[in-house]
Design a protein around this ligand. Structure first.
Ligand SMILES: Cc1ncc(COP(=O)(O)O)c(C=O)c1O
Length: 403
Protein backbone atom coordinates (compact mmCIF):
# COMPACT_ATOMS: atom_id res chain seq x y z
CA UNK A 1 0.00 0.00 0.00
CA UNK A 2 1.26 3.52 -0.75
CA UNK A 3 2.11 5.85 2.13
CA UNK A 4 -0.89 7.90 3.32
CA UNK A 5 -1.13 11.43 1.96
CA UNK A 6 -0.38 14.10 4.56
CA UNK A 7 -3.32 16.48 4.56
CA UNK A 8 -3.14 20.07 5.62
CA UNK A 9 -6.73 21.21 5.28
CA UNK A 10 -10.01 20.56 3.53
CA UNK A 11 -12.65 22.90 2.18
CA UNK A 12 -15.80 22.17 0.21
CA UNK A 13 -15.24 19.04 -1.87
CA UNK A 14 -11.47 19.51 -1.84
CA UNK A 15 -8.74 17.95 0.26
CA UNK A 16 -5.39 19.81 0.24
CA UNK A 17 -2.18 17.87 0.87
CA UNK A 18 0.87 19.29 2.61
CA UNK A 19 2.81 19.15 -0.63
CA UNK A 20 0.24 21.29 -2.44
CA UNK A 21 -1.99 18.75 -4.20
CA UNK A 22 -5.73 19.27 -4.44
CA UNK A 23 -7.87 16.12 -4.35
CA UNK A 24 -11.65 16.08 -4.94
CA UNK A 25 -13.38 13.90 -2.35
CA UNK A 26 -15.70 12.01 -4.70
CA UNK A 27 -16.64 9.43 -2.04
CA UNK A 28 -17.45 11.91 0.73
CA UNK A 29 -14.73 10.38 2.93
CA UNK A 30 -16.33 6.96 3.30
CA UNK A 31 -19.81 8.21 2.49
CA UNK A 32 -20.13 10.54 5.48
CA UNK A 33 -19.74 14.07 4.20
CA UNK A 34 -22.92 15.75 2.94
CA UNK A 35 -22.24 19.48 2.72
CA UNK A 36 -18.51 19.71 2.05
CA UNK A 37 -15.52 19.81 4.37
CA UNK A 38 -14.94 22.41 7.09
CA UNK A 39 -18.39 23.86 6.48
CA UNK A 40 -18.46 27.18 8.39
CA UNK A 41 -22.10 26.80 9.47
CA UNK A 42 -21.42 23.42 11.09
CA UNK A 43 -18.04 24.51 12.46
CA UNK A 44 -19.63 27.56 14.13
CA UNK A 45 -22.42 25.47 15.63
CA UNK A 46 -19.86 23.10 17.17
CA UNK A 47 -17.68 25.95 18.42
CA UNK A 48 -20.63 27.73 20.03
CA UNK A 49 -21.72 24.53 21.73
CA UNK A 50 -18.15 23.84 22.89
CA UNK A 51 -18.19 27.17 24.68
CA UNK A 52 -21.58 26.50 26.32
CA UNK A 53 -21.87 22.85 27.30
CA UNK A 54 -19.27 20.60 25.73
CA UNK A 55 -20.16 17.28 27.33
CA UNK A 56 -22.17 15.82 30.15
CA UNK A 57 -23.15 12.36 31.31
CA UNK A 58 -26.32 11.44 29.40
CA UNK A 59 -27.95 9.66 32.33
CA UNK A 60 -29.89 11.74 34.78
CA UNK A 61 -29.20 14.76 32.56
CA UNK A 62 -30.37 15.93 29.19
CA UNK A 63 -29.94 19.09 27.12
CA UNK A 64 -31.54 21.14 24.38
CA UNK A 65 -29.31 20.03 21.45
CA UNK A 66 -30.15 16.35 22.10
CA UNK A 67 -33.88 16.96 22.58
CA UNK A 68 -34.03 19.13 19.47
CA UNK A 69 -32.14 16.57 17.42
CA UNK A 70 -34.36 13.68 18.54
CA UNK A 71 -37.52 15.69 17.84
CA UNK A 72 -36.31 16.76 14.42
CA UNK A 73 -35.25 13.24 13.44
CA UNK A 74 -38.67 11.91 14.38
CA UNK A 75 -40.25 14.61 12.23
CA UNK A 76 -38.40 13.47 9.11
CA UNK A 77 -38.19 9.70 9.72
CA UNK A 78 -41.11 7.49 8.59
CA UNK A 79 -44.23 8.13 10.68
CA UNK A 80 -44.07 4.80 12.52
CA UNK A 81 -40.81 5.77 14.27
CA UNK A 82 -41.33 7.16 17.76
CA UNK A 83 -38.13 6.84 19.82
CA UNK A 84 -34.51 7.85 19.27
CA UNK A 85 -31.59 6.05 20.93
CA UNK A 86 -28.14 7.65 20.64
CA UNK A 87 -24.84 5.81 20.32
CA UNK A 88 -21.42 6.42 18.81
CA UNK A 89 -21.19 5.30 15.16
CA UNK A 90 -22.71 3.05 12.51
CA UNK A 91 -21.52 -0.20 14.08
CA UNK A 92 -23.02 0.67 17.45
CA UNK A 93 -26.26 1.84 15.79
CA UNK A 94 -26.71 -1.67 14.34
CA UNK A 95 -25.42 -3.34 17.52
CA UNK A 96 -28.09 -1.47 19.49
CA UNK A 97 -30.75 -2.49 16.96
CA UNK A 98 -29.90 -6.20 17.24
CA UNK A 99 -29.91 -6.06 21.05
CA UNK A 100 -33.12 -4.03 21.10
CA UNK A 101 -34.88 -6.65 18.95
CA UNK A 102 -33.72 -9.64 21.03
CA UNK A 103 -34.67 -7.94 24.29
CA UNK A 104 -38.07 -6.91 22.89
CA UNK A 105 -38.99 -10.62 22.94
CA UNK A 106 -37.09 -11.36 26.18
CA UNK A 107 -39.01 -8.64 28.03
CA UNK A 108 -42.24 -10.33 26.99
CA UNK A 109 -41.12 -13.76 28.19
CA UNK A 110 -40.31 -15.08 24.73
CA UNK A 111 -36.84 -16.10 23.55
CA UNK A 112 -36.45 -15.91 19.78
CA UNK A 113 -32.99 -16.95 18.65
CA UNK A 114 -32.73 -16.40 14.92
CA UNK A 115 -31.72 -13.38 12.84
CA UNK A 116 -32.04 -13.25 9.06
CA UNK A 117 -29.52 -11.24 7.04
CA UNK A 118 -28.62 -10.95 3.37
CA UNK A 119 -25.45 -12.36 1.83
CA UNK A 120 -22.87 -9.67 1.17
CA UNK A 121 -24.19 -7.33 3.84
CA UNK A 122 -21.99 -5.10 5.95
CA UNK A 123 -23.28 -3.69 9.23
CA UNK A 124 -20.08 -2.72 11.05
CA UNK A 125 -17.07 -4.08 12.90
CA UNK A 126 -18.30 -4.81 16.43
CA UNK A 127 -19.12 -8.45 17.24
CA UNK A 128 -22.90 -8.28 16.78
CA UNK A 129 -22.54 -6.19 13.63
CA UNK A 130 -19.89 -8.59 12.27
CA UNK A 131 -22.13 -11.56 13.06
CA UNK A 132 -24.97 -10.24 10.90
CA UNK A 133 -22.55 -9.25 8.12
CA UNK A 134 -20.99 -11.28 5.35
CA UNK A 135 -18.23 -13.60 6.52
CA UNK A 136 -14.95 -13.07 4.66
CA UNK A 137 -11.29 -12.14 5.06
CA UNK A 138 -12.09 -9.30 7.46
CA UNK A 139 -13.99 -11.57 9.86
CA UNK A 140 -11.93 -14.78 9.50
CA UNK A 141 -9.98 -14.42 12.79
CA UNK A 142 -13.26 -13.95 14.65
CA UNK A 143 -15.53 -16.42 12.84
CA UNK A 144 -15.52 -18.96 15.71
CA UNK A 145 -16.86 -16.28 18.06
CA UNK A 146 -19.61 -14.81 15.87
CA UNK A 147 -23.17 -15.92 16.57
CA UNK A 148 -25.10 -17.91 14.00
CA UNK A 149 -27.19 -16.00 11.50
CA UNK A 150 -29.51 -17.25 8.74
CA UNK A 151 -28.22 -15.76 5.50
CA UNK A 152 -30.42 -15.57 2.43
CA UNK A 153 -28.88 -15.06 -1.02
CA UNK A 154 -28.45 -11.58 -2.41
CA UNK A 155 -31.53 -10.96 -4.60
CA UNK A 156 -29.76 -10.38 -7.92
CA UNK A 157 -32.04 -9.45 -10.79
CA UNK A 158 -33.91 -12.54 -11.90
CA UNK A 159 -33.29 -14.33 -8.61
CA UNK A 160 -36.01 -12.56 -6.61
CA UNK A 161 -38.44 -15.51 -6.43
CA UNK A 162 -35.70 -17.88 -5.28
CA UNK A 163 -34.66 -15.48 -2.51
CA UNK A 164 -38.29 -14.88 -1.57
CA UNK A 165 -38.75 -18.63 -1.10
CA UNK A 166 -35.62 -18.87 1.08
CA UNK A 167 -36.91 -15.98 3.17
CA UNK A 168 -40.45 -17.34 3.49
CA UNK A 169 -39.17 -20.78 4.53
CA UNK A 170 -37.09 -19.22 7.31
CA UNK A 171 -39.94 -17.03 8.56
CA UNK A 172 -42.41 -19.95 8.44
CA UNK A 173 -39.93 -22.03 10.46
CA UNK A 174 -40.47 -19.65 13.40
CA UNK A 175 -38.07 -18.51 16.14
CA UNK A 176 -36.97 -15.48 14.07
CA UNK A 177 -36.39 -12.33 16.15
CA UNK A 178 -35.29 -9.96 13.43
CA UNK A 179 -34.45 -9.38 9.80
CA UNK A 180 -31.62 -6.89 9.19
CA UNK A 181 -30.83 -5.39 5.79
CA UNK A 182 -29.23 -2.48 3.99
CA UNK A 183 -32.32 -1.14 2.18
CA UNK A 184 -32.25 -1.01 -1.65
CA UNK A 185 -28.45 -0.98 -1.96
CA UNK A 186 -25.63 -2.86 -0.25
CA UNK A 187 -22.72 -0.44 0.13
CA UNK A 188 -19.54 -2.26 1.12
CA UNK A 189 -20.18 -5.30 -1.06
CA UNK A 190 -20.00 -3.06 -4.14
CA UNK A 191 -23.02 -0.72 -4.27
CA UNK A 192 -25.26 -3.64 -5.20
CA UNK A 193 -28.79 -2.51 -5.92
CA UNK A 194 -31.81 -4.75 -5.45
CA UNK A 195 -35.57 -4.72 -5.83
CA UNK A 196 -37.67 -2.43 -3.61
CA UNK A 197 -40.73 -4.58 -4.44
CA UNK A 198 -39.08 -7.69 -3.04
CA UNK A 199 -37.90 -5.90 0.10
CA UNK A 200 -41.39 -4.50 0.64
CA UNK A 201 -42.86 -7.97 0.32
CA UNK A 202 -40.31 -9.41 2.78
CA UNK A 203 -40.94 -6.68 5.36
CA UNK A 204 -44.73 -7.15 5.10
CA UNK A 205 -44.45 -10.92 5.52
CA UNK A 206 -41.97 -10.70 8.40
CA UNK A 207 -44.08 -8.15 10.24
CA UNK A 208 -47.12 -10.46 10.01
CA UNK A 209 -45.11 -12.91 12.15
CA UNK A 210 -43.98 -10.15 14.52
CA UNK A 211 -40.40 -10.37 13.19
CA UNK A 212 -38.61 -7.07 13.83
CA UNK A 213 -37.41 -5.51 10.57
CA UNK A 214 -34.19 -3.51 10.96
CA UNK A 215 -33.22 -1.12 8.17
CA UNK A 216 -29.54 -0.27 8.35
CA UNK A 217 -29.66 3.20 6.80
CA UNK A 218 -26.16 4.09 7.97
CA UNK A 219 -25.16 4.73 4.36
CA UNK A 220 -28.53 5.33 2.69
CA UNK A 221 -29.86 7.88 5.19
CA UNK A 222 -29.98 11.66 4.80
CA UNK A 223 -30.72 11.96 1.12
CA UNK A 224 -28.18 9.62 -0.44
CA UNK A 225 -30.80 7.79 -2.49
CA UNK A 226 -32.73 10.91 -3.43
CA UNK A 227 -35.39 10.54 -0.74
CA UNK A 228 -34.37 11.49 2.80
CA UNK A 229 -34.34 7.81 3.77
CA UNK A 230 -34.43 4.62 1.71
CA UNK A 231 -37.47 3.62 3.78
CA UNK A 232 -39.36 6.50 2.10
CA UNK A 233 -39.26 4.39 -1.07
CA UNK A 234 -40.95 1.45 0.65
CA UNK A 235 -44.65 0.95 1.38
CA UNK A 236 -43.97 -1.12 4.48
CA UNK A 237 -41.84 0.74 6.98
CA UNK A 238 -39.11 -0.94 9.05
CA UNK A 239 -39.59 -1.32 12.82
CA UNK A 240 -36.06 -0.13 13.60
CA UNK A 241 -33.84 2.25 11.61
CA UNK A 242 -30.07 2.65 12.10
CA UNK A 243 -28.41 5.96 11.21
CA UNK A 244 -24.89 7.43 11.32
CA UNK A 245 -22.43 8.73 8.68
CA UNK A 246 -24.33 11.75 7.24
CA UNK A 247 -26.20 12.32 10.52
CA UNK A 248 -23.72 15.00 11.64
CA UNK A 249 -22.93 16.10 8.11
CA UNK A 250 -20.03 13.65 8.37
CA UNK A 251 -18.14 15.88 10.77
CA UNK A 252 -18.32 14.04 14.10
CA UNK A 253 -19.15 10.43 14.95
CA UNK A 254 -22.63 9.55 16.15
CA UNK A 255 -25.07 6.67 15.82
CA UNK A 256 -28.85 6.70 16.13
CA UNK A 257 -31.22 3.77 16.40
CA UNK A 258 -34.87 4.69 16.10
CA UNK A 259 -37.78 2.38 16.82
CA UNK A 260 -41.57 2.19 16.85
CA UNK A 261 -43.84 2.68 19.81
CA UNK A 262 -44.60 -1.05 19.76
CA UNK A 263 -40.95 -1.85 20.49
CA UNK A 264 -40.63 0.88 23.06
CA UNK A 265 -43.72 -0.47 24.82
CA UNK A 266 -41.85 -3.67 25.73
CA UNK A 267 -39.40 -1.53 27.72
CA UNK A 268 -41.97 0.76 29.39
CA UNK A 269 -42.08 -0.78 32.85
CA UNK A 270 -40.80 -0.20 36.36
CA UNK A 271 -39.04 -3.57 36.26
CA UNK A 272 -35.35 -2.64 36.28
CA UNK A 273 -34.45 -5.94 34.65
CA UNK A 274 -36.36 -4.88 31.55
CA UNK A 275 -34.24 -1.75 31.07
CA UNK A 276 -32.31 -1.49 27.83
CA UNK A 277 -28.82 -1.43 29.35
CA UNK A 278 -26.72 0.09 26.63
CA UNK A 279 -24.78 3.34 26.93
CA UNK A 280 -21.49 4.91 25.93
CA UNK A 281 -19.44 7.56 27.72
CA UNK A 282 -20.07 10.05 24.94
CA UNK A 283 -23.73 9.21 24.27
CA UNK A 284 -25.66 12.33 23.26
CA UNK A 285 -22.57 14.56 23.30
CA UNK A 286 -23.87 18.16 22.94
CA UNK A 287 -21.25 19.26 20.38
CA UNK A 288 -22.05 16.26 18.20
CA UNK A 289 -25.78 16.96 18.54
CA UNK A 290 -25.08 20.59 17.55
CA UNK A 291 -23.22 19.36 14.49
CA UNK A 292 -26.17 17.10 13.57
CA UNK A 293 -28.69 19.91 14.09
CA UNK A 294 -26.65 22.23 11.88
CA UNK A 295 -26.35 19.52 9.24
CA UNK A 296 -30.12 19.02 9.30
CA UNK A 297 -30.63 22.76 8.71
CA UNK A 298 -28.50 22.48 5.58
CA UNK A 299 -29.99 19.16 4.48
CA UNK A 300 -33.58 20.35 4.73
CA UNK A 301 -32.96 23.61 2.86
CA UNK A 302 -34.33 23.72 -0.69
CA UNK A 303 -30.85 24.33 -2.09
CA UNK A 304 -29.71 20.92 -0.88
CA UNK A 305 -32.67 19.16 -2.43
CA UNK A 306 -31.99 20.94 -5.73
CA UNK A 307 -28.36 19.84 -5.54
CA UNK A 308 -29.28 16.22 -4.90
CA UNK A 309 -31.62 16.26 -7.88
CA UNK A 310 -28.96 17.92 -10.02
CA UNK A 311 -26.36 15.27 -9.11
CA UNK A 312 -28.87 12.54 -9.91
CA UNK A 313 -29.62 14.05 -13.34
CA UNK A 314 -25.91 14.44 -14.08
CA UNK A 315 -25.26 10.82 -13.04
CA UNK A 316 -28.09 9.60 -15.27
CA UNK A 317 -26.63 11.49 -18.24
CA UNK A 318 -23.18 10.00 -17.58
CA UNK A 319 -24.73 6.57 -17.26
CA UNK A 320 -26.12 7.00 -20.80
CA UNK A 321 -22.67 8.00 -21.95
CA UNK A 322 -20.82 4.96 -20.58
CA UNK A 323 -23.52 2.33 -21.06
CA UNK A 324 -22.33 0.04 -23.81
CA UNK A 325 -18.63 0.90 -23.28
CA UNK A 326 -16.62 -2.32 -23.55
CA UNK A 327 -14.96 -1.69 -20.16
CA UNK A 328 -18.23 -1.04 -18.31
CA UNK A 329 -20.72 -3.50 -16.90
CA UNK A 330 -23.93 -2.90 -15.00
CA UNK A 331 -23.86 0.86 -14.49
CA UNK A 332 -26.43 1.78 -11.83
CA UNK A 333 -27.63 5.12 -10.49
CA UNK A 334 -29.63 5.54 -7.32
CA UNK A 335 -30.06 9.11 -6.10
CA UNK A 336 -26.60 10.61 -5.66
CA UNK A 337 -24.79 7.29 -6.12
CA UNK A 338 -23.38 6.11 -9.42
CA UNK A 339 -21.55 2.78 -9.64
CA UNK A 340 -20.37 0.43 -12.34
CA UNK A 341 -18.25 -2.67 -12.64
CA UNK A 342 -15.03 -2.61 -14.60
CA UNK A 343 -15.14 -5.39 -17.15
CA UNK A 344 -12.30 -7.45 -15.68
CA UNK A 345 -12.57 -10.11 -18.36
CA UNK A 346 -11.04 -7.68 -20.82
CA UNK A 347 -7.62 -7.77 -19.18
CA UNK A 348 -7.56 -10.15 -16.27
CA UNK A 349 -3.87 -9.80 -15.44
CA UNK A 350 -4.29 -6.08 -14.85
CA UNK A 351 -7.76 -5.90 -13.36
CA UNK A 352 -7.78 -8.89 -11.05
CA UNK A 353 -6.36 -6.54 -8.48
CA UNK A 354 -8.29 -3.63 -9.92
CA UNK A 355 -8.56 -1.61 -6.74
CA UNK A 356 -4.80 -1.45 -6.20
CA UNK A 357 -4.29 0.07 -9.63
CA UNK A 358 -7.36 2.27 -9.82
CA UNK A 359 -6.93 4.05 -6.50
CA UNK A 360 -3.43 5.50 -7.17
CA UNK A 361 -4.42 6.23 -10.78
CA UNK A 362 -7.31 8.46 -9.73
CA UNK A 363 -5.33 10.04 -6.88
CA UNK A 364 -2.70 11.04 -9.44
CA UNK A 365 -5.51 12.79 -11.33
CA UNK A 366 -6.66 14.62 -8.20
CA UNK A 367 -9.67 12.41 -7.44
CA UNK A 368 -10.40 10.43 -4.31
CA UNK A 369 -12.17 7.37 -5.70
CA UNK A 370 -11.79 4.23 -3.66
CA UNK A 371 -13.00 1.31 -5.79
CA UNK A 372 -14.52 -1.71 -4.07
CA UNK A 373 -12.79 -4.53 -5.93
CA UNK A 374 -13.59 -3.83 -9.58
CA UNK A 375 -16.50 -1.50 -8.73
CA UNK A 376 -15.96 2.21 -9.31
CA UNK A 377 -18.51 4.34 -7.52
CA UNK A 378 -19.23 8.02 -6.95
CA UNK A 379 -21.01 9.27 -3.84
CA UNK A 380 -20.02 12.93 -3.67
CA UNK A 381 -20.87 15.64 -1.14
CA UNK A 382 -24.12 17.31 -2.25
CA UNK A 383 -22.35 20.62 -2.89
CA UNK A 384 -20.14 19.27 -5.66
CA UNK A 385 -20.28 21.71 -8.58
CA UNK A 386 -21.17 20.89 -12.17
CA UNK A 387 -17.65 21.72 -13.29
CA UNK A 388 -16.15 19.33 -10.71
CA UNK A 389 -18.59 16.65 -11.84
CA UNK A 390 -17.56 17.34 -15.45
CA UNK A 391 -13.94 16.75 -14.45
CA UNK A 392 -14.78 13.54 -12.56
CA UNK A 393 -16.77 12.10 -15.50
CA UNK A 394 -14.13 13.16 -18.06
CA UNK A 395 -11.33 11.57 -16.03
CA UNK A 396 -13.25 8.31 -15.71
CA UNK A 397 -13.98 8.39 -19.46
CA UNK A 398 -10.32 9.01 -20.22
CA UNK A 399 -9.41 6.04 -18.04
CA UNK A 400 -12.00 3.79 -19.71
CA UNK A 401 -10.85 4.81 -23.19
CA UNK A 402 -7.23 4.07 -22.37
CA UNK A 403 -7.95 0.33 -22.28
C1 LIG B 1 -24.56 -0.02 5.98
C2 LIG B 1 -23.51 0.21 7.01
N1 LIG B 1 -23.75 -0.12 8.29
C3 LIG B 1 -22.84 0.09 9.26
C4 LIG B 1 -21.60 0.62 8.98
C5 LIG B 1 -20.60 0.85 10.07
O1 LIG B 1 -20.47 2.20 10.33
P1 LIG B 1 -19.21 2.75 11.16
O2 LIG B 1 -18.04 2.63 10.24
O3 LIG B 1 -19.57 4.17 11.48
O4 LIG B 1 -19.07 1.90 12.38
C6 LIG B 1 -21.31 0.98 7.66
C7 LIG B 1 -19.99 1.56 7.31
O5 LIG B 1 -19.58 1.65 6.21
C8 LIG B 1 -22.28 0.76 6.65
O6 LIG B 1 -22.05 1.07 5.37
Amino acid sequence: MPEPEMLERAEGVNLYTKDGKKIIDVISSWWVNLHGHSHPYIANAIAEQANTLEHVIFAGFTHEPAIRLAERLLEILPDNQSKIFFSDNGSTATEVAIKMAFQYFHNQGEERKKIIAIDGSYHGDTFGAMSVGDRGPFTTPFDPYLFQVEFIDFPDKGKEEEVWNQFKTLIDGGDVASFIFEPLVQGASGMRVYSAELLDRMIAYAQQQDVICIADEVMTGFGRLGTLFAADQLHHKPDIICLSKGLTGGVLPMGVTSCTDKIQEAYRTNDLMKTFFHGHSFTGNPMICASANASLDLLLAEECEVNRRRINERHLAFQQQINGHSMVRNCRVLGTILAFDINTEKDTSYFNEARHHLYPYFISKGLLLRPLGNVIYLIPPYIISDSDLDYVYATIMEFLNSY
